[in-house]
Design a protein around this ligand. Structure first.
Ligand code: NAD
Length: 505
């Protein structure tokens, strides 16, 4: 653990890195050691106003910069992310705790968003219909919406900001990012990289804080659009408040993702895929499979296989700069000790509700690291809290049902609707599941069906509030507004012609 004073995380406003006074701070931990590595100043309306003013001041000239030049910043950012790939990944691991392999995978997903945004000149092109009426041409083009805001969660410190920032700014908007106060360092590094890539000052700004900071962003009259990713109660309130204040809002929430295992599934492959889905990033993913549903005879071999496989997983500190064995761990720590206690508490709750804890991941002393191993909870029934609530930790519940119809009914009864997966060798079962399961992102023999940058991230139900999702063309639609122009150029010697535009009937 370092003995130097933890750094105070700077704000980025109008191209300046600023250490602003704050009444309160949140500690940033290295979950692999339990030590404090930085402190996040919790800003409020004054800091938000400065950042939004800076973004508003930068807007006219950035919006007027040819889209091809804006896209070139993305090409340079992509190169810088490639050059500094290990540094970016290590920082994700240091402030979040996921394994270095998981951090590398996260950064690759972020890079893909930058690559997508580099193609925006083709994707943002408008439509033209000449002679839509006699002598009248129609065109429809996309304009930026203005100052955009991103409010991001702790579980993907690099990737989730990159779901938003590259697309928003390449579409000609300016941006204020409010990263999770638990993991602000990756956002600061993104600001440094964008600066090095040649982004003009004020186009990308970073503010820090909790609810008062977010409230000030939601209320600021110069903010046009808000992108939020986080837990469902906050996602819903951001959507309601933001839209009531006249902003366009896309707001992604939490999840409870079902993994259906048919009796004909290849059990060895399925067990490995389930463990990766449930325990990857220590279960702290909105696409983590948390509810396995064993159909018919799949139940016993599935639970036996899961317990056997998961108890052999190596759980340990994940930061390669502080632990020599970090590269070889299968699962790192969770984000905070308080979160570890919350996750562990669900094992007690499940037992009290009548489920069977088949593998208990709770450990003794972890030398300060926030470590909890994989758990398997068997015979979970639909009404139990562990079946309904997002645990957001390495706990896999197993329900046993008789038929595929029963499994589909569990989805209909779920308030969330992010991802769902089926493991089967039956094309018929896979097709029924794909067509009918009540969720927006579907996997067939794929454990984590998270769409890549070119497709929208299509959460349903209370996993998403709004109309246009992040990623893909929907992202571009969210960050632009359309303008339709009708033009008519009568011959100069026909200036006496009827000035009323005539349709063809
Ligand atoms: P969180 O909701 O606690 O925090 C998210 C953001 O909201 C942070 O920036 C935080 O500072 C801010 N915030 C927290 N409380 C607030 C309040 N009362 N008012 C206004 N702002 C507030 O989420 P988290 O714990 O950081 O992240 C985990 C959650 O995010 C999980 O529920 C996970 O499923 C979800 N998530 C969803 C997706 C998705 O695409 N659907 C992706 C990643 C994470």
């Amino acid at each position: 653990m370092s003995t130097t004073a933890p750094q105070t995380v700077p704000f980025l406003i109008g191209g300046q890195w600023l250490e602003l006074d704050a009444d309160a701070f949140e500690d940033v931990y290295n979950p692999s050691t339990g030590g404090v590595i930085a402190r996040t100043p919790l800003g409020g309306p004054a800091e938000v106003d400065r950042a939004v003013q800076a973004a508003a001041a930068a807007l006219p000239s950035w919006a007027d910069t040819p889209v091809v030049e804006r896209a070139r910043v993305m090409f340079r950012l992509r190169q810088l992310m490639d050059d500094r790939f290990e540094e970016i990944a290590k920082l994700v691991t240091r402030e979040h705790g996921k394994t270095i392999a998981e951090a590398r995978a996260e950064v690759i997903r972020g890079v893909e968003m930058v690559e997508f945004a580099a193609g925006i000149p083709s994707l943002i092109m408008g439509e033209v219909l000449p002679n839509i009426a006699a002598g009248v041409d129609a065109s429809c083009v996309r304009h930026p919406v203005g100052v955009c805001v991103g409010i991001t969660p702790y579980n993907f410190p690099n990737m989730v900001p990159l779901w938003m920032v590259p697309v928003a700014i390449t579409c000609g908007n300016t941006f204020v990012l409010k990263p999770s106060e638990k993991v602000p360092l990756s956002a600061v590094l993104l600001g440094e990289l964008l600066d090095e890539a040649g982004l003009p000052p004020g186009v990308f700004n970073v503010v820090h804080g909790g609810k008062p900071c977010v409230d000030a962003l939601l209320e600021h009259p110069q903010v046009a659009a808000i992108s939020f990713v986080g837990s469902t109660p906050i996602a819903e309130s951001i959507y309601r408040t933001g839209t009531a204040n006249g902003k366009r809002v896309q707001s992604a929430g939490g999840a409870k993702n079902h993994l259906i295992i048919m009796p004909d599934a290849d059990m060895d492959q399925t067990v490995k895929a389930l463990a990766a889905s449930a325990y990857g990033c220590a279960g702290q993913r909105c696409m983590a499979g948390s509810m396995a549903v064993a159909v018919g005879a799949a139940g016993d071999p599935l639970v036996d296989g899961l317990v056997d496989f998961s108890r052999k997983m190596t759980v340990g500190p994940s930061d390669p700069d502080v632990d020599a064995d970090a590269e070889s761990v299968d699962m790192g720590p969770v984000i905070r000790d308080a979160h570890l206690q919350r996750v562990a508490g669900y094992l007690d709750i499940a037992g009290e509700d009548g489920a069977t804890v088949a593998l208990d991941g709770r450990r003794g002393d972890s030398g300060g690291a926030f470590l909890i191993g994989p758990s398997v909870v068997d015979r979970v029934e639909p009404g139990m809290r562990i079946a309904r609530e997002e645990v957001f930790g390495p706990v896999l519940s197993v329900s046993r049902v008789a038929t595929l119809e029963d499994a589909l009914a569990l989805g209909d009864d779920c308030e969330y609707g992010n991802g769902a997966v089926i493991f089967t060798q039956s094309g018929y079962a896979a097709r029924e599941f794909t067509q009918r399961f009540n969720a927006g992102m579907i996997g067939v023999n794929v454990g984590v069906p998270a769409p890549m940058a070119w497709f929208p991230f299509t959460g349903w139900n209370r996993s998403f509030f709004g109309d246009l999702h992040v990623q893909g063309r929907e992202g571009i639609q969210f960050y632009t507004r359309q303008k339709v122009a009708l033009t008519r150029w009568p011959r100069s010697d026909q200036s006496h012609a009827d000035p009323v535009w005539k349709t063809s009937r």
